[in-house]
Design a protein. Sequence first.
Length: 574
Amino acid sequence: MDAKAISKAKLPSRYVTVGPARAPHRSYLYAMGLSAAEIAQPLVGVASCWNEAAPCNISLMRQAQVVKKGVAAANGTPREFCTITVTDGIAMGHQGMKSSLVSREVIADSVELTMRGHCYDALVGLAGCDKSLPGMMMAMVRLNVPSIFIYGGSILPGSYRGRQITVQDVFEAVGQHSVGTISDAELLEIEQAACPSAGSCGAQFTANTMATVAEAIGLALPYSCGAPAPYEMRDRFNFASGEKVMELIAKNIRPRDIVTRKALENAATVVSATGGSTNAALHLPAIAHEAGIKFDLFDVAAIFEKTPYIADLKPGGKYVAKDMFEAGGIPLLMKTLLDHGYLHGDCMTVTGRTLAENMEHVSWNDSQDVVRPANRPITKTGGVVGLKGNLAPEGAIVKVAGMSELKFSGPARCFDSEEECFEAVTQRNYREGEVLVIRYEGPRGGPGMREMLSTTAALYGQGMGGKVALITDGRFSGATRGFCIGHVGPEAAVGGPIGLIKDGDVISIDAVNGTIEVALSDAELAARAKSWKARKTDYQSGAIWKYAQTVGSARDGAVTHPGAAKETHCYADI
C-alpha cells in the first residue's frame, strides 16, 4: 500500500498534521521520534485492553507491537494506546461485578475520546475479556473510521487427572467443596491446573462467543479469532490486520458498510449455532445501536429460533475454542451455515470481499466432530432461546445447549441480591423444584447487571443444577449451564413484574414455546404494583451511579446514549 496514494484531504488527521497552523501539533509528533514522512502518512490508532488483571489481556500489548509493524509496512503511522478492562473471572461473585458491564461503555467511550482528541484516521482494536470485545466493536461502529478487530485469543485448556478443565470447573468445584464432595487439597489442585496460559476463558463463554461474532459480523479477518493466545501464528493475523487497515482507508470501507442488519443476523446465527453466551443478546443490540439499526432482544431471539445448534462446545458440550480452531476454525462453522442457507453471503467484510467470497476456499473437515454439518445438527433449534410472558414483557434469555429438559415449573423463592441467594445456596437453604429469583440486579437496579456464575456453579457443584431453576433481571456468565434465565425485563428497579412476585408464587418456564409466566392475574400484578416502591442502591455517586442515570433496558442492549440514529455528525466525516 502506497500511503502517498491516500490523500489527507478528507481524513481526520489533517486537523493535526497539515498546514502552518498545525506546527505546534507536529512538534509533539517530532518529540516522539516521528519523521516528516511518517507525520504525512495516515495515523492509525492501535488500541488494546492490555492490563495485568487476568490472562485474558496479558498478551495484548505484545500483539499490538506486531499490528504496528503491519501498519508501518503498509506506509501508515501507528499510534498505540490502551484502555481499561474489567475481567469477569476476577470480578465474579462480589460487588466488583457491578463494574463489568459498565466497563463496556467506558471502553467504547474512552476509545472514542482518544480517537477524537488526536484525530486518528483508522482503528485496529485488540480485546481479550468479555466486555472489552463488544466495547471495542461498539467504538469502531460509533466512530465509523476504517477499522479491524483483533481478538487476543483463547487460553489453553487445563488438565486435571486426565481430563480437560476450564475455569468453569473451578467455580463448580467451589460448590462441590461446600458439600464435602472434594477436599481442600483437591480444590487447590483444580484451581492451580485450570488456567495454564495467557488467553481468555477457553470454552464458548462470552469472550469466545463475541470473538465468533467478530468474524461472522465481518469486523475481523477470517481465522484470526480462533487461534489461541499462545500460538505464534497469532502474529500473522496481527501483522496482516495492520496491513489490511491501510487498504480499508484507501478503499474507504468503514464499519457501517460492514455492520448491517444482515451482518447482525449472521452474528446472532453463529451465537446460537455454537451454544454461545446469553450475553450476546445484550451486546448485539448495543453494536446495532451504534450503527443506528434497531435490533433488540426479540430480533436476536427470532434468529435463535430458526438456527440449528451444531458446535459441541463447553459449557454445554465437550470441546473448547482451541479444538474448534484446530478442526477448521470459525470459517468451518460459517461455511456449513452458509451452505445450508443460514447466513447472508453478500455481507461486506474487512477483507474487502463478501462473506461468501471469504468462504469460497473453505473445505469441510470430515475427520472432526467439534462442528456438525448444519443439516445434521446436535439439535434442530439453537443453543440459546428467547422467552416472553407476563413475568418478562420485555423478554428474557436462556441457554439451552446441552440441556435435556426444556420446561420447568415451581414455586418462587425470592432474593433481592446475588449475595442473599448465594448464601442460601451455600447453606443449602432451598428445595428441589423451586425457582430461585434474584432481582434488583438489572442494569439500573444493580446497578451494573451482574453475572451470577458463582451461584449457578455452586448449584451444579452440589448436584442440583437440573433440579432447580434460576431467574434474574441480571445476567449469567457464558460459563453458566442449567435452567438459568437472565435479562428479565422490565427489571425490578423500574417496577417490572419480577419485583412484584412473592415466595410461593408459581413460575412456569417453557423453552420450547418461548414463554415465562407467573401464575398471577393481571389484576393481582396491578394491585401489587400500587404498593411497590423504588429502592435506593448503595451507589449514590461515582461511575456506577453515573451509569445508572443513563442506562436503558436490557432488551435494547443496556445502552447509555442515543446512538447513531440521533447523531448529527459522524467522527469519520469531521
